[in-house]
Ligand binder design. Structure first.
Ligand code: COA
Length: 137
């Protein structure tokens, strides 16, 4: 997926969060440790640095959710991160983002920390960030 396609998907999917722009995707993809896995309607973007993978953005098209696409992208991300030497994956998720929390729970992620008021939402309110992680595999 191109930065423009990633940003378009992100804009459709990130209804309660500020979506990434094409420029933000391009800048992240240009980083030497970037790792992107995408299916036709979902993607996972992160960094793999030393023994840790960090998921920065993940989304599935709202019209194609609950069909396993994000899970396939995540499984591919896990496999390649492990191949690059990662032994654990970390990420942040908004406390009010119930679908994403259920998704990560299903994929073995557990809570390791909390950042209060971390997210500034488009409606002007804020939300806590839960720090989640899991080992590979
Ligand atoms: C989180 C997200 C990527 C999941 O995408 P998806 O394509 O639906 O995921 P999959 O089909 O691979 O997995 C579905 C599983 O995730 C969980 N899940 C996903 N959406 C859910 C929802 N609305 N309610 C409860 N569980 C949900 C369930 O375990 C579900 O399994 P089930 O359908 O058998 O119940 C998608 O909801 C999304 O794009 N959300 C907006 C962006 C976002 O919040 N990204 C995370 C930022 S940290």
């Amino acid at each position: 997926m191109t930065p423009d396609a990633l940003a378009a998907l992100c804009t459709r999917a990130y209804r309660h969060m500020t979506p990434w722009t094409a420029a933000q995707f391009a800048a992240t993809l240009a980083r030497p440790h970037a790792l992107l896995h995408a299916t036709p309607h979902a993607f996972v973007l992160g960094l793999v640095i030393a023994d840790e993978a960090d998921i920065l953005a993940l989304a599935a098209d709202p019209d194609r959710q609950r069909k396993g696409e994000a899970s396939r992208a995540l499984a591919a991300f896990h496999a390649e991160a492990q191949g690059r030497g990662a032994t654990q994956v970390v990420l942040e998720v908004a406390a009010r983002n119930a679908p994403a929390r259920a998704f990560y729970d299903r994929h073995g992620y557990g809570r390791t920390g909390l950042r209060r008021g971390y997210y500034r939402l488009p409606d002007g309110t804020s939300d806590d960030a839960l720090i989640l992680g899991r080992a590979l595999p």
